[in-house]
Design a protein around this ligand. Structure first.
Ligand code: VTB
Length: 314
């Protein structure tokens, strides 16, 4: 039977068309509308395919999301090839609305049952390059982790490039960094690209709390890149915690590694750029759209940048 990674083309097309659809609304100030068209474009590709695809992480619960909802099954349901996906048709929605960097259409794919069904809550994330494996932990203090990073990468504290989302929930984290002489790079949105930049070493760390579902998508990519990732669920209130307990029981207290969030190396991550940042965004040229994507394969640890042209209105 064919491997998951052999079938990446269909999923690449899904993120490409989602990115093009969202990019048409780039800068219009309406992230929800861009997310909607991206979701529709992605779903149409997966629905028409001859693979049996199931959404493990998607646009939300069935009652709230008409398409790509958690548990939705698409394509040829009788196919022997059964692939689970974690998707975010428009990651960093706010940046697409404002035409700021790093909005992406992203998808992670793996064999059935191998991606963690993460609840729709927050996740504390720590992510970096392979040099940091075994040296950091979310259970350690911020100071311990930063000192270990500085030592492992042979950089002074003031030279460390650490991405943190600019949120009130990170006030203490940022203060602790500042006390150690670290000036974090604060981002408005988009911790998926933040994690990927950290895993490839173009920055040193992604640190802090973002969305849990995107944590699984990031972890699949980081695993394939051979980088370091840890995530621990974080609850803003009791109702999110109660819901997570029904899904995961006592495991809600786990600190998950990338290998636990994506259990198979027959997996891949694909991102198509909407707004230029980590990868180039969609370029429109007359009746053509040029879309750039990055695919990272879990079995070979190879990655590819692919640029394709589509005729608009096709
Ligand atoms: C967003 C988004 C991130 O997490 O911030 C979201 O930009 C959750 O955080 O890229 P807020 O609710 O504070 O906005 C991500 O989607 C992914 O983790």
């Amino acid at each position: 039977m064919s491997k998951v990674t052999d079938n990446y083309h269909i999923y690449l097309k899904a993120t490409e068309l989602a990115a093009i659809a969202a990019a048409k609304l780039r800068g219009d100030g309406d992230g929800k509308a861009a997310d909607k068209v991206a979701t529709e474009a992605m779903r149409e590709v997966l629905q028409k395919s001859n693979i049996h695809t199931r959404v493990v992480i998607g646009e939300g619960e069935r009652d709230d999301a008409p398409m790509l909802y958690i548990g939705e099954e698409m394509g040829d349901l009788s196919s022997d090839l059964k692939i689970d996906i974690a998707v975010d048709p428009l990651e960093c929605t706010n940046h697409c609305a404002k035409n700021l960097p790093d909005a992406l259409a992203v998808l992670a794919a793996a064999p059935r049952g191998t991606l963690l069904h993460a609840p729709d809550t927050y996740m504390d994330k720590l992510c970096g390059s392979k040099e940091l494996i075994g040296k950091l932990s979310l259970s350690n203090s911020v100071s311990e982790n930063l000192k270990a990073t500085s030592k492992a990468l042979n950089k002074s504290m003031s030279d460390l490039k650490i991405i943190v989302m600019d949120r009130d929930r990170h006030i203490d984290l940022i203060r602790e960094m500042n006390l150690l002489g670290v000036e974090p790079i604060l981002i408005g949105d988009g911790d998926v690209s933040g994690g990927l930049k950290a895993a490839e070493g173009s920055v040193d760390l992604l640190y802090g709390i973002g969305a849990a579902p995107e944590g699984v998508i990031t972890a699949t990519a980081v695993k394939a890149m051979g980088g370091y990732f840890e995530g621990k669920l974080h609850f803003m209130n009791q109702s999110f915690k109660d819901r997570a307990i029904t899904m995961l029981g006592e495991k809600i207290h786990n600190t998950w590694s990338d290998d636990e969030l994506c259990k198979s190396s027959d997996s891949f991550f694909v991102a198509s750029g909407v707004c230029t940042g980590w990868i180039p965004g969609v370029e429109f040229d007359g009746n053509k759209a040029v879309v750039t994507s990055k695919i990272i394969f879990g079995d070979s640890n190879d990655s590819k940048i692919i640029t394709n042209e589509y005729l608009l209105g096709e």
